[in-house]
Ligand binder design. Structure first.
Ligand SMILES: [Zn+2]
Ligand SMILES: [Zn+2]
Length: 162
């Protein structure tokens, strides 16, 4: 890093978090940052005590015309839940995620009081609602930012901000 870039720094942490995911349909990591401090992390995986996709296979359901694995709690949701478990305040914080949030997670993010979401790549997720994410975030006052990705473009979404 030529200059200290906090967004890149926290996204790198989110990438490490993503490596712990237990559903290989998509490895996603999320990090919640308040005042330049990581207060919570989350990756997608089965609820605590439940079998993991990596061990028993996926739980696929048709959602909005595409197969989605519904077993896992998403990384963004898990980061919020982990904050709830530990009592960390997330209001006014930034959530870094390696893939843009699905409709469900974005709603949780909004209600948790997160004011900024930084995404590494655009991810077309369940319900076919991903395309409306930006408008939805804008309407709710959450700033949605895509980090420039010099090496990779999401394969199915050329509209990714870069
Ligand atoms: Zn799965
Ligand atoms: Zn989600």
């Amino acid at each position: 890093m030529a200059k200290r870039d906090w967004d890149e720094y926290f996204m790198k942490i989110a990438e490490v978090v993503a490596s712990m995911a237990t559903c290989d349909r998509k490895h996603v990591g999320a990090v919640i940052v308040v005042n330049k401090t990581v207060v919570s992390t989350g990756f997608n995986g089965a609820p605590r005590g439940m079998p993991h996709c990596d061990d028993v296979g996926h739980e696929l359901k048709d959602m909005g015309g595409r197969q989605s694995c519904v077993r896992t709690v998403h990384g963004e949701a898990n980061a919020l839940v982990q904050a709830a478990r530990s009592g960390a305040k997330v209001e006014g914080g930034t959530l870094y995620t390696t893939a843009s949030p699905c409709y469900d997670c974005l709603k949780l993010i909004i209600n948790a009081g997160i004011t900024r979401v930084v995404c590494k790549e655009f991810y077309a997720s369940r319900y076919g609602m991903s395309g409306e994410m930006e408008n939805f975030a804008k309407a709710s006052g959450v700033q949605l930012v895509f980090l420039p990705s010099p090496l990779q473009e999401s394969e199915n979404e050329p509209t990714t901000k870069s």
